[in-house]
Design a protein around this ligand. Structure first.
Ligand SMILES: Cc1cc2nc3c(=O)[nH]c(=O)nc-3n(C[C@H](O)[C@H](O)[C@H](O)COP(=O)(O)O)c2cc1C
Length: 271
């Protein structure tokens, strides 16, 4: 079985994982965020860790997963990162964090996708978002072919690894509290979806309003998936920003993913 462990706030990593699962079956796509505190024992004929770049490095959830994962010796492991096009040394950093735990990686890939970080730039919408998604889908052909052949391409970003580590570590200092910047506007209709998509259970819902509890990892899932565009962020002109999700990952499919930890009828489910 090909097992793909995925972290994804707006569906880019999830869509890439599904595309790769279709190309290299039989496969199952598993939500990394489900393994919050436990040791994760990983095995399979092939295993992939698929996730976005955050702050030129790894998202907090992925760093935490990396610190607890155990990979069966001899199991071929690959990493597939994606970003808005500025990964710096993130791929090399990811490989190093695993090497520090004596976990060796066969190959590391990076695919540029649509950006989803609204404080920095307006996420794409419409045709632009579809063409970026198509480009990502096409890039998977090369990834799948490399994996089939068992090649070991050079890990991207090796020269930038140290800088990535410095920036990525600093980015986490104080992030948890950054959720003070989020609030729900009067457009909030109390659907509570924001609390369901939060990967770290940081949002509770009471009196018909969301409440953030200062364990935020800054992924912006609540911001992007809110059907009313009611979640705002007070550091930017957030009302005017597009809400983004990968065009192939609908809100209901993403919710299934958050609830069940697996997705896609094409991908065989566990058990
Ligand atoms: C908190 C945060 C930080 C990010 N940092 C970077 C970055 O340093 N470089 C970059 O190119 N993209 C960055 N991005 C963009 C994402 O890596 C990119 O949009 C990715 O495809 C999102 O994947 P997902 O939908 O699976 O979460 C960042 C996004 C977020 C939310």
């Amino acid at each position: 079985m090909h097992r793909l462990y995925v972290y994804s706030s707006t569906g880019n990593s999830l869509a890439l994982a599904e595309g790769l699962a279709r190309r290299l079956p039989p496969a199952e796509v598993i939500n990394m965020a489900f393994f919050r505190e436990t040791t994760v024992r990983v095995s399979g004929a092939r295993v992939g860790f698929i996730f976005p770049v955050h702050a030129f490095g790894l998202p907090a959830v992925v760093r935490s997963f990396f610190s607890r994962v155990e990979v069966e010796p001899g199991c071929p492991l690959y990493l597939l990162l994606n970003s808005a096009g500025l990964p710096l040394g993130a791929p090399a950093l990811a490989e190093r964090l695993l090497a520090d735990r004596a976990i060796s990686v066969q190959s590391v890939f990076h695919i540029p996708m649509a950006g989803n970080y609204p404080p920095l730039s307006n996420p794409p919408a419409g045709e632009k978002s579809r063409s970026l998604a198509d480009r990502g889908e096409q890039a998977l052909d090369d990834v799948a072919e490399t994996l089939r052949r068992g090649d070991r391409p050079t890990t991207p970003g090796k020269g930038w690894r140290f800088l990535s580590e410095v920036i990525n570590r600093r980015a986490f200092l104080g992030t948890a509290d950054e959720d003070r910047r989020f609030f729900a506007s009067n457009d909030c209709d109390g659907c509570s979806l924001c609390s369901q998509v939060c990967p770290v259970g940081n949002i509770t819902f009471s009196d018909g309003r969301p409440h953030w509890h200062h364990r935020c990892t800054g992924c912006f899932a609540c911001f992007h998936w809110c059907p009313q565009k009611a979640i705002q962020y007070n550091r930017t002109n957030s009302e005017a920003r597009n809400r983004y999700h990968h065009p192939a990952i609908s809100r209901s499919r993403y919710l299934d993913w958050c609830r069940e930890g697996q997705l896609s009828p094409e991908v065989p489910r566990k058990g």
